[in-house]
Structure formats: C-alpha cells, structure tokens
Design a protein around this ligand. Structure first.
Ligand SMILES: Cc1cc2nc3c(=O)[nH]c(=O)nc-3n(C[C@H](O)[C@H](O)[C@H](O)COP(=O)(O)O)c2cc1C
Length: 476
C-alpha cells in the first residue's frame, strides 16, 4: 500500500455508483478511490446475465483464487450475448445469518471482481465501502474484497466496532465473527465465515486493509478510539448534507414544515476534539470545493471525502441518461434534494433527489407494486418460538405485519434495492412488463458540482474532479 495518506477520498456510493471505473480513475491520481461494497453479488449476477459487455467481470474472475468457484458463478449466471429481450433477471440467493454456500460464493466473487477491476493496471490505493446496517452481508463482502487486495475498508451507518477484529482475523486466514442485531432478540446471534471452508488450499496470504469508521459526531469517535480492540485506523466525519443515508439528529427527531429532520449544533462534530484523538480524519458532507478542502486541512483534517461531485463524473455507475438528467437540472439550478426521514427502510434519513420519472414523484411511487425480492435491507427478527424471520419495511404491508413488523413502519418507504439497481442500468423487468423505476440519492450541497459543471461544458471525469478539488486543475 502506498505510504502516504490521501487528501481526497472519493466516497463509496451504493449501489454501484462508485463503480470500479470511477474508483480506478481516482486511485490513479494518487488519491483514494472507493468502490461501493453494497449488493456486489447482485451486480455481478446481473452483469453476467447481460453478457458481461467488455468482458471485464470474466477477466477479473479469471484471477479469482479458486478457479472452481469462479466457474460455478459463470455456469450459474453468464449468458453469452445477454438475456433475450424482455426476459427478467433470474433471482440470486439472498444472504442470511447462516447463508447458503451459493449465496456466499456470489458475494465473495462479486466483491473480488469490483476491487480487482478498480486495482487493475496501476499501484494506487483502493477502498471499499460497507454499511454497518447491512450486517449480514459484511463477512463475505469483506473477505471477497481482501482476496483482491483491498487497501481500505470504510464503514458507516452504525457503530462498526467489530470490524477491526474481523479484518485482523481474515488477514490471519482465520474464521471471523460478527454479532448480528436481531429485532425482538432473546439471545445473541453471531455470523461466522471461515475462509478455509470456502477457499481451502486456494486461500492466498491476505493483507489487512486499513479501516476508516464513518461517523457523524466526535463522541462516537472517542468511544471507538479508546479501546484498541475496536479502534479504527481513522475516521470520516460526515455531516447531515452528505448524500445517501445520514445519522438522524441527536435526541428526539423533530421535523420542519417540509417534513425534513432538523439538525442543530448538537449534531456537529467538535473538530478540536477530533484532532485531540490523534487519529487521522477526513471531513465529508458539502466539502466538494477547493475552498472547503483548504478549510478541512486548516481544521486539522487529513482531507475530505466527497460523493456528490463524483456521482456526476463520467465514470460513475449512474446510467448516462440519468446522469445527464441530473447534470441538466444542476446546471439549471432547479435540482432539489430532500432529506427524507421515511424513504429508507433502514429508518435512517435518506437524501432523495427530486427528479422527473423517478420514485420521488408521487405518481411513479404509487404506480409501483410493492415487492421485496432483493432483500439487502431486510432485518432479521426473532419469532416467539425463537426461529428467525427476515423482513423489510418496504415489502408489502401484510407480509411485514405477518413477520411481526409494525404496519405504521411501512408508510412512505421506498424499495431502495430495486430502484438503486435501476439507477445503474440493471432494472428488473417483471413478467407483467413493469420495469422497476429509479430513485436517486445525492448530497444537498450542490455548489461544487454546479461550479465544476459551469467550468466544464462537456462534463468531467473523476481525475478532473480530483485536480479541481486540489486546486491544480488546468483551465478548461
Ligand atoms: C449517490 C450517493 C450514494 C452514496 N452511497 C453511500 C453508501 O453506500 N455508503 C456510504 O457510506 N456513503 C454513501 N454516500 C455518501 C458518500 O460516500 C459521501 O460521504 C458523501 O456523499 C459526502 O458528501 P457530499 O455528497 O456532500 O460530497 C453516498 C453519496 C452519494 C452522493
């Protein structure tokens, strides 16, 4: 791994927005490109069913340490020339606390492929982003990424205190464990993954990546930094305007007249206290301009993590149409991004860009039949008899209630799984002909993106965004 720490982290953006192409372009500048580690099993399955245009996934799979496992994935999903028109994607297995072997193999290979491609052909550093909230995916995703030599793991949306230990165990080739939060639990639930069980004699020597915890307030950083067992190697301090999910306001949630959470000074990290912890940290959420980068450095940060500006770069995983639509609205100054307290079934506030023909429009939302078939955001719950059930507040209400969920929790939820797959060109097409609509997240601070777009009438790539943020961009 390159010894120097990055000034710019191109933040992980799921699902597939921070694609291997984007992360690679940023990493090649000497900064940190981060692939999203969310749903890479499904992305690989769908990419292969679309015929793997360009052969990238197959090229990466040819380097997977277990050729037999790579072949099983190709046999299960690859369709030469892609699916016949109108044919839905076939389902792929969902992960659980005790997942099936095919589910784990798809996750291992999916994460390997994305990191391997981001690292191909250069020696820059590459990270992968996970969400603590999606706990049951973490073990297989992290091991898959480590098999490809990932340099950094970044994780937010929760308190990632077991991740340092997990990375250390995997690096030793040993089984790793994670405690899984289960609703209505009467006992502890633990997920385990033994690399030898899956890779056997093919298991290569693994290197422990650095771990950055994404947090919103210094109090959490202080808690994690205190104990060497749970201490990360650094922090990303993310404020409430950042794209994607955000921490809810501290204390009781209060909504303003537009129904958005109200944040106050209590939600701001004390940067002097961050400096005092002695671990490197980066600032995120509205830091996408050269002036904000300079401000972060002056405050004692190593640099910044940016998302929104990179989501609009030419290598982002968003479909070309959707990206152009967003760029047009940003240029026109008409794009509004709402912090929606209900949209995400995780219960975390989620930024939703208000764009025509996406689920942010009430008519598009109302026309979508509720269905939960990807299941990444399902939470496990214990039934009274002790057995486990998996439920998502975006699934059909009667099913959620049957699994012990509260009907009120289903209101206003968006199926992020299906819509985020649609954003990157893998929408499910139902046998009825219904095509899953998109739903876009972006940060609420569009200043950096608007300024760079004004300077670059033809748009920009990830490397150009880095140069601009660092103040070394050549004039357009
Ligand atoms: C499209 C999009 C998707 C995102 N998805 C994730 C994610 O999956 N995990 C995560 O930790 N952060 C996610 N983020 C947050 C970014 O990694 C980054 O911290 C944030 O966007 C920084 O704020 P900015 O948008 O003002 O630059 C996402 C941001 C965007 C714009």
């Amino acid at each position: 791994m390159a010894g120097q720490r990055p000034t710019i982290i191109q933040g992980g953006m799921g699902v597939g927005v921070s694609s291997w192409r984007l992360a690679k372009s940023v990493s090649q500048t000497g900064q940190l490109g981060v692939v999203s580690g969310t749903a890479l099993d499904g992305i690989l399955a769908r990419r292969l069913q679309d015929g793997d245009p360009g052969g990238h996934a197959r090229r990466a799979l040819a380097h997977f340490p277990s050729p037999a496992m790579a072949q099983r994935i190709l046999d299960a999903y690859f369709l030469e020339g892609g699916r016949p028109p109108g044919k839905p994607y076939r389902p792929h297995p969902t992960l659980t606390i005790t997942p099936s072997r095919p589910a784990v193999e798809l996750a291992l290979t999916g994460n390997f492929v994305e990191v391997w491609l981001a690292k191909e052909g250069h020696d820059g550093v590459v990270g992968i982003n996970f969400l603590e909230k999606i706990q049951i995916a973490t073990l297989s995703a992290a091991l898959g990424a480590m098999l490809a030599g990932v340099d950094y793991v970044l994780m937010g949306a929760g308190i990632p205190k077991e991740i340092p230990r997990m990375l250390t165990d995997f690096a030793a080739g040993a089984p790793a464990h994670l405690t899984i939060d289960v609703a209505d639990q009467t006992r502890t639930h633990t997920a385990v993954l033994d690399p030898v069980e899956y890779l056997g004699a093919d298991l290569p020597a693994l290197r422990r990546p650095s771990f950055l915890a994404i947090i919103s307030v210094h109090v959490l950083a202080g808690y994690l930094a205190r104990d060497p067992e749970i201490r990360p190697d650094g922090f990303v301090v993310e404020g409430p305007v950042a794209g994607g999910h955000s921490a809810p306001p501290r204390g009781k949630m209060v909504l303003d007249e537009t129904g958005q959470p109200v944040y106050s000074a209590k939600d701001e990290a004390d940067l002097a206290k961050m400096v005092a912890l002695g671990l490197p940290f980066w600032l995120a959420g509205g830091y996408g301009t050269p002036e904000r980068v300079a401000e972060a450095l002056a405050a004692g940060a190593e640099g910044v993590q940016c998302g929104t500006i990179f989501a609009l770069a030419s290598e982002s995983g968003l479909t070309a149409d959707l990206r152009q639509h967003i760029i047009d609205d940003v240029r026109a100054g008409t794009l509004h991004v709402r912090n929606d307290p209900l949209a995400s079934p995780t219960g975390f506030p989620f930024k939703v860009a208000e764009l025509d023909d996406t689920l942010s429009e009430p008519a598009v939302y109302a026309a979508r039949p509720r269905i939960c078939d990807l299941g990444y955001l399902r939470e496990p719950a214990e039934r009274p008899d002790g057995s486990l059930v998996y439920r998502c507040a975006s699934e059909p209400e009667h099913m959620y209630v049957k699994k012990g969920g509260d009907a009120a929790a289903t209101a206003g939820r968006v199926c992020l799984c299906n819509s985020l797959f649609a954003n990157i060109g893998f929408p499910q097409r139902r046998s009825s002909g219904f095509v899953e609509p998109a739903a876009v997240t972006l940060g609420q601070d569009l200043v950096g993106a608007a300024r760079l777009l004004a300077e670059r009438p033809d748009g920009f790539g990830g490397a150009e965004a880095v140069a601009w943020l660092l103040g070394n961009a050549p004039a357009a």
